[in-house]
Ligand binder design. Structure first.
Ligand SMILES: [Zn+2]
Length: 76
């Protein structure tokens, strides 16, 4: 039978690419890569593959390093 608990199951859960913390999609910041640059997708309209990061300063600061690693990989 439908109840409040079953509704909670429909909230999409995503994890931060840096700290791997899982959270509700809407609590994380979505971003995508456009021409190897990070584009924050606040309106969630970018069709490119999206990634999520939480809004902790720590994670946002590490995002640069993470991006550099990714760039190196894709150049191979
Ligand atoms: Zn994080």
């Amino acid at each position: 039978m439908p109840n409040r608990a079953s509704k909670a199951g429909h909230i999409p859960i995503r994890s931060c690419v840096i700290c791997k913390t899982k959270d509700e999609q809407e609590n994380l910041i979505r971003f995508a890569f456009i021409k190897n640059e990070i584009v924050f997708d606040m309106k969630r309209r970018i069709a490119a593959r999206g990634y999520y990061v939480c809004d902790k300063n720590e994670c946002l600061q590490k995002l640069d390093k993470w991006l550099n690693k990714r760039k190196k990989k894709s150049r191979k």
